[in-house]
Design a protein around this ligand. Structure first.
Ligand code: MF3
Ligand code: CO
Ligand code: CO
Length: 267
């Protein structure tokens, strides 16, 4: 299996797409408040991407094999929703946690990133899950380096999640990204060190762990898209688009508002 390496010209375009993606998340951050609907968040992000950034929201009408076209421009996954939550009439309420996942196409290249948001006063358990998942994302990111293996990333994430008594969703994973939304390789968020393909400078992929407070099992809602935990436990996710370099990694989905790595990472 060979994975296309991005050229310097492609990487330049992916830095732009990545920055725009992160800037959509910055833009929406102060608006994620009690009372707003997920549909309103979708509309605001759609208009910002199209009218301000001159970009294309990749999810809109995205239709992988076996799926109906995705009807909205972002994903909003609330509480026990794991991923691909379809924005609609649901109002955010005090205590909710919500993942907003944004993918922008600019100049034919994709940037893909998601963050967790806490609405008002959230429970200790909810806060802990969001922080744990952010830490898992970063434990995965710092494994990235030419010569490392894909399994090193999954292992680092799985170990930390399970040590905390939480579980890693298996059915969805990170992915190569470039001129296409989802490319090879699949980036599993569980695994064994030193297994899987060897990373090479110029590869670009996402890391986007989905961590459940309860069991790992999921199911798909009747809309065909929204994924929820089977046991209704809370789920959290954070995502960055990452370039592999000779000496490590470069996070492409960065902006002014991007959260710094956790102190425990020390970078
Ligand atoms: N952004 C998601 C990811 O991280 C994919 C969403 S597909 C959609 O891979 F169609 F639901 F938008
Ligand atoms: Co992704
Ligand atoms: Co995404």
């Amino acid at each position: 299996m060979s994975i296309a390496l991005k050229t310097p010209q492609e990487i330049d375009k992916m830095r732009v797409a990545g920055r725009l993606t992160a800037e959509v998340l910055d833009y929406i951050t102060p608006l994620v408040r009690s009372g707003i609907t997920t549909g309103e968040l979708d509309r605001l992000c759609h208009d910002y991407i199209v009218d301000v950034q001159g970009g294309i929201p990749a999810p809109l009408n995205y239709a992988p094999p076996g799926y109906q076209p995705y009807p909205k421009s972002i994903c909003t996954s609330v509480n026990h929703q794991v991923c691909h939550g379809v924005p609609g009439d649901r109002q955010l309420r005090n205590g909710d946690i919500v993942n907003i996942d944004v993918t922008v196409i600019k100049d034919a290249y994709h940037g893909d990133s998601s963050r967790m948001f806490q609405v008002g006063e959230t429970s200790v358990q909810a806060r802990r899950l969001c922080e744990l998942t952010f830490e898992c994302l970063w434990l995965g990111i710092v494994q990235v380096k030419a010569g490392a293996h894909l399994g090193d990333i999954g292992h680092a994430i799985q170990q930390q999640a399970e040590r905390a008594g939480c579980s890693v969703v298996r059915e969805f994973c990170g992915h190569g990204i470039g001129a296409k939304f989802h490319e090879e390789p699949q980036v599993l968020h569980y695994g064994r060190p030193h297994t899987g393909i060897r990373l090479e400078a110029g590869m670009v992929f996402t890391i986007e762990p989905m961590i459940n407070a309860g069991k790992a099992a999921i199911r798909t809602m009747a809309d065909g898209w929204t994924i929820v935990t089977k046991d209704h436990s809370l789920s959290a996710q954070w995502e960055h688009t990452i370039l592999v370099t000779e000496t490590g990694y470069e996070v492409l989905t960065v902006s002014e508002g991007t959260r710094r790595p956790p102190d425990s990472i020390g970078s």
